[in-house]
Design a protein around this ligand. Structure first.
Ligand code: IPD
Ligand code: CA
Ligand code: CA
Length: 282
């Protein structure tokens, strides 16, 4: 282990994320070929080069730290520190020229989330958090929103790129849309969690995220005063496959709605397109 303690990690993480952000932006301006990891699971040269750069920096600066990166980076020595790396979160957006994506880095110390950094290079927004020390956006302390009525919330969600036809999330999207100001599918789970942290979203949920998507954003949302659990209100685990983050005030209301949806109660029926076409003039 190096002499770095968890509290010293954020500046180094910020600098690595900024460097990876510049690299990703250089590809964004060129437009790159899309390759496929699955039928709608995209990857580009920018994802791979960003992960290679991040891995090299971790090896140079923290040679005893373990790493799990989305594009395959693995160092697994059983040491105290472990990095979760999403070298480009929002690849589908990136590949289509839609400017919503980020670099997400988290460090766990002996199994506990210790530090997280999410960098949006399109807006030059750096979200950071250290365990017990609050969350920041470009150095300024951030807090979750104070909205207490679900009906007045703006909420985020996301849909999986694997086994899409098996996801029930469209029912959740439909119901929560009807019960709030709206639901956004912006396309980067790490940024969605940061948007909860800084009060732009009042809540966010998604099924089946991976540890590299959530590790940094969950710490940032927690440290900004938010609450992050599974869909039943139980503790969030990196491998739990259910992520529900909120400002805390609307958490129970969302858990209640989720229980109703899972049980098939109170579902508003989706109109058939044919019926809707008949009605649309009225
Ligand atoms: C994806 C994004 C997206 C979420 C997907 C993730 P990627 O990550 O975070 O918002 O809905 O579930 O896989 O593939 O762009 O790193
Ligand atoms: Ca991701
Ligand atoms: Ca990714």
């Amino acid at each position: 282990m190096t002499s770095s303690q968890p509290t010293n990690l954020v500046p180094a993480m910020e600098s690595i994320a900024r460097e990876a952000g510049s690299l990703v932006m250089s590809y964004f301006h060129q437009r790159v070929n899309i390759e496929y990891k699955g039928d709608a699971d995209l990857v580009t040269v920018a994802d791979r080069k960003s992960e290679a750069l991040i891995l090299e920096r971790i090896r140079q600066q923290f040679p005893t730290h373990d790493v799990m990166g989305e594009e395959g980076a693995r160092i697994d020595s059983g040491g105290d520190y472990k990095w979760y790396v999403d070298p480009l979160d929002g690849t589908t957006n990136f590949a289509h020229g839609f400017p919503v994506f980020c670099i997400s880095l988290a460090v766990e110390c002996r199994g506990q989330r210790a530090a997280g950094v999410v960098y949006d290079p399109t807006r030059e927004e750096m979200f950071t958090a250290e365990l017990g020390k609050g969350a920041r956006l470009n150095g300024q302390t951030i807090h979750v929103s104070t909205t207490s009525r679900l009906a007045e919330c703006l909420v985020g969600t996301g849909f999986p790129s694997h086994k899409r036809h098996k996801s029930p999330n469209i029912y959740f999207y439909h119901q929560i849309t009807l019960r709030t100001h709206g639901v956004r599918r912006a396309g980067s789970a790490a940024l969605d969690l940061c948007n909860v942290a800084c009060g732009r979203f009042d809540a966010f949920w998604e099924f089946n995220l991976n540890p590299w998507d959530t590790a940094a954003g969950v710490l940032i949302a927690d440290e900004a005063g938010g609450r992050v659990t599974n869909f039943s209100g139980g503790p969030f685990q990196l491998d739990s496959r259910e992520t529900l983050a909120s400002n805390g005030l609307v958490h129970e209301a969302l858990i209640h709605e989720f229980q109703e949806i899972f049980a098939g109660r109170g579902l508003e029926e989706l109109p058939s397109p044919v019926e809707y076409a008949k009605d649309r003039a009225t």
